[in-house]
Design a protein around this ligand. Structure first.
Ligand code: PLP
Length: 389
């Protein structure tokens, strides 16, 4: 797919350099894995970081495609404006999904959408219902608001227990602020099928909102999966969260959005900070249109994921079938010291995801990064089959 990648970034970064020149970037930055307490955050220089294989945060290793870089570069002339011109991003998202603009709310990443849902829907002592492990930043935010969380265990095959979720919602009906359904789930990569989503929505009282986090939607191949956007069109109490961080490689630029019925979004809008940067809105419009680059990222990602997991399986390590840009491998020993071993070998891997403390989450990087991961894996865990299990 030449013409999309590799990308000439000179024009875009030329623009960025001009804009941030006065900031005098220091050679050393504090970089840390999500969720680590401040005093434990490792310090490393940017040069050290650049040399590492970055398989810890489910990022897109290729960055935004050329079409997106061009749109953002051209939009740099609006860097001094707060909110407008915005490239028509809200209209573009609405058109893309066949909804009205009143059904769209932008966020500085879908993380902001999740935060806003917590603030808006977990008031008056309301609880969130979901599974564990899932995207734990959501639960952390709920905890920071002193909201209770009903976290249900995954089933033996690491899928989400929909009947248990339905029971939990019914038992706590008046106290439930919303249900969180991460689909595909992070960190397992397992999907909730379209049938199960329907089962959940039909099984709970219809006034209970369900936040369906589709951050990894674009990587899914399983035909049993479907987006939940049609429920928004039906007016069901569903919020779909999407992001440009993954398939479009814009994690550092911060853009995501929610799709939901108007009344539900109107409960959330007062808590939106409006802190999205002016340039990424133009990049988002270009990203929606660049389906060729999305297809390329999906193809390369899914092939590398398959290749890597086959190698690990051949060594005697079980992997969880994933539909995302990451997967989990069962190490059969505590994961925390192994994460540290990888770091020493220049490979950043995912954080621990309690209670799955023997599973390592590995993001799919470039072919080179995955090669370095496999070399390190064989050095750190050489006795896959001998270790039994
Ligand atoms: N939801 C899930 C499931 C994620 O894994 C992430 C990031 O890794 C996010 C939301 C937040 O992504 P962003 O704020 O970059 O859109």
């Amino acid at each position: 797919m030449s013409g999309i990648y590799p990308v000439s970034r000179r024009r875009f970064f030329g623009g960025v350099a001009t804009a941030v020149g006065a900031l005098s970037l220091k050679p050393e930055l504090r970089l840390w894995s999500q969720g680590a307490p401040a005093q434990q955050r490792p310090r490393r220089t940017v040069d050290e970081y650049d040399l590492m294989a970055k398989l810890g945060n489910n990022e897109n290793p290729y960055g935004p495609p050329e079409s997106v870089l061009k749109a953002m570069t051209d939009a740099f002339k609006y860097a001094n404006r707060y909110g407008y011109p915005d490239g028509g991003i809200t209209e573009a998202i609405a058109k893309h999904h066949g909804v009205k603009t009143e059904n769209v709310m932008l966020g500085a990443g879908s993380g902001e959408i999740l935060d806003i849902a917590c603030i808006a829907l977990l008031q008056d002592g309301r609880k969130v219902v979901g599974v564990e492990p899932s995207y734990n930043i959501l639960y952390q935010h709920a905890a920071s608001l002193k909201a209770d969380q009903i976290k249900l265990p995954l089933l033996k095959d690491y899928s989400q227990d929909i009947p248990a979720m339905i029971r939990a919602v019914k038992q706590n009906h008046r106290d439930v602020g919303f249900v969180y359904l991460c689909n595909p789930n992070n960190p397992t990569g397992r999907i909730v099928s379209a049938k199960e989503v329907a089962q959940l929505l039909d099984g709970i009282p219809e006034d209970v909102p369900v936040l369906i986090d589709e951050a990894y939607h674009h990587f899914v191949e399983d035909p049993a999966y479907a987006t939940s956007v049609p429920y928004v069109l039906e007016g069901r109490q569903v919020i779909v969260a999407r992001t440009f961080s993954k398939i479009s490689g814009l994690a550092g630029m911060r853009l995501g959005y929610a799709l939901a019925p108007r009344e539900l979004l109107n409960r959330m809008r007062p808590f939106s900070t409006g802190s999205i940067n002016a340039v990424v809105k133009w990049g988002g419009v270009a990203a929606l249109n660049d389906t060729a680059s999305q297809a390329w990222v999906k193809k390369v990602n899914n092939e590398l994921r398959a290749r890597t997991t086959v190698q690990l399986n051949a060594m005697g390590y079980e992997t969880i079938p994933s539909e995302g840009n990451f997967f989990m491998v069962h190490l059969r020993k505590p994961v925390q010291p192994v994460i540290e071993e990888f770091r020493k070998k220049g490979v950043l891997v995912g954080r621990p995801f309690p209670p799955m403390l023997e599973h390592l989450r590995v993001s799919i990087g470039t072919p080179d990064e995955m090669g370095r991961f496999m070399v390190a894996f064989k050095e750190i865990l050489p006795n896959g089959k001998a270790a039994g299990g």
